[in-house]
Write a protein that binds this ligand. Structure first.
Ligand SMILES: [Zn+2]
Length: 445
């Protein structure tokens, strides 16, 4: 057998010449190390190591190369929302600039995505308008539509309490039956876990502290208890967990879940006005701290933004009447990268929660710098400081609950090896695609 030449440290998938080479300190196999990343003609990572070919080479110098993030929970408000608040075009632009290369868009639009025709209609809105790839969630609220819907949807989202666009939630007794039915389809299922029986409607909420009392932590606890144990084979994920009690139960049951930057970094006392009104509510400082400690220890599998913008006018309404939700897709990774710079968070913990696990949950070859994965990468310069300002962000709503916070915005973002962000500006094409999990029935990959 003739000896095959290998590069010294590389894991060559093929011997063909790469299209180009990205060189620098990159997050590979759990740590930052100086490498050269060979990227092939179709934008996949071909090999990592010392490359000795004549392909064009770009060295990022003192900056670092990370896998781009996946935000598995956003609301881009199409169809039915106002373009002055958000759209697929503007939401994916914010994602690209914030280092997010894939978003999971939720189905509670107007109309809600409850059948295959509505899902395909939404997919047509992505074509030619999205700066990054989009996975479309569907609502399983119409049982007769499920079979066809499961063949085109990227994932399901179940709401246990009524929400914008989806007023009717399954009764908690019906939830087990619904989850068993959804386990028949090979798709991820995310659940908004708050039990409305535990909400207090006798309170008139005037600030985030009242809101926490009106939708208390025990509502989350009761809903999570109903979900466990999940049916076998169900790919279950619980959205925006706000309590360490919830996090511990889900961990013990081996169920995936996410925490948001606002529940990790803000508490019910951070601000008094309706910009800080969100579902589930911001919690006490003590609860926030313990959730943050769990996140730091790597005990929260996924980070997700629950990006849900509303106009400044609607957020200026009296607290009780103002809508819930805040923007976050553009600031999710930059806020947490700033925590890494401050020494408050390990880079490996952040990459696992923001890049690796969400991509794996959605069945995508993303989120790791590894041969065979898509070359969706960001370049981050930890010496460049940004103070967040709602005006400077790209969400049309023009505000952020993190006004003035320290952030590290990616300098570059590559999608399939093509640069889409350069010096913090979008320079790509709106060629984002609708993706489905590679493990889903009928997925083309
Ligand atoms: Zn949401």
């Amino acid at each position: 057998m003739p000896a095959r030449r290998r590069s010294d440290e590389g894991e060559n998938l093929s011997e063909t010449t790469p299209e180009w080479i990205l060189a620098g300190r990159a997050f590979v196999r759990g740590r930052l190390q100086p490498v050269e990343i060979a990227i092939d003609r179709v934008g996949r990572i071909q090999s990592i190591g010392k490359i000795r070919t004549g392909a064009p080479r770009r060295d990022v110098g003192d900056a670092v190369i990370l896998p781009a993030a996946t935000d598995l929970h956003v609301h881009f408000r199409e169809p039915g929302g106002s373009a002055e608040v958000e759209s697929i075009a503007t939401g994916t632009l914010g994602a690209a600039l914030g280092g997010v290369t894939l978003v999971g868009d939720m189905p509670n639009t107007a109309p809600a995505v409850t059948d295959a025709d509505l899902l395909e209609e939404k997919a047509r809105r992505v074509a030619g308008r999205a700066a990054v790839d989009v996975l479309l969630y569907a609502s399983p609220s119409r049982p007769q539509a499920l079979d066809r819907l499961a063949r085109v949807a990227g994932a399901f989202k179940v709401y246990l309490s009524s929400t914008t666009g989806i007023p009717e939630a399954p009764t908690l007794d019906a939830v087990g039956e619904l989850l068993s039915r959804l386990a028949e389809f090979d798709l991820p299922v995310a659940v908004h876990a708050e039990d409305p029986a535990e909400f207090r409607s006798d309170l008139l909420p005037r600030n985030p502290i009242d809101w926490d009392s009106a939708r208390p932590p025990r509502a989350e606890k009761a809903a999570i208890a109903r979900l466990l144990p999940p049916p076998p084979r169900l790919r279950l994920h619980v959205a925006h967990v706000t309590t360490t009690d919830g996090a511990e139960r889900l961990r013990a049951a081996g169920v995936s879940f996410e925490a948001t930057p606002h529940h990790l970094l803000l508490s019910e006392r951070t601000g008094r006005d309706a910009r800080f009104k969100v579902n589930p509510p911001l919690r006490s400082e003590g609860e926030r701290k313990t959730l943050w400690e769990a996140f730091r220890r790597g005990e929260v599998p996924c980070l997700a933004s629950d990006h849900a913008p509303h106009s400044s006018e609607s957020k200026a309404l009296p607290f009780a009447r103002a809508p819930s939700g805040m923007p976050g897709v553009e600031t999710m990774l930059p806020l947490l990268l700033a925590q890494v710079r401050k020494g408050q968070l390990d880079l490996s913990t952040l990459v696992a929660a923001a890049c690796e696990r969400p991509a794996r949950w959605l069945g995508q070859p993303l989120g790791r710098i590894a041969p065979g994965h898509r070359a969706n990468l960001i370049v981050v310069d930890f010496t460049a400081r940004t103070r967040l300002s709602g005006q400077a962000l790209h969400a049309p709503c023009g505000w952020t609950a993190f006004e003035g916070w320290d952030a590290v915005l990616p300098r570059e973002h590559y999608r399939d090896g093509e640069r889409i962000v350069e010096n913090g500006e979008f320079v790509g094409r709106p060629s984002g695609k609708v993706l489905r999990p590679e493990y889903a029935t009928g997925a083309s990959g």
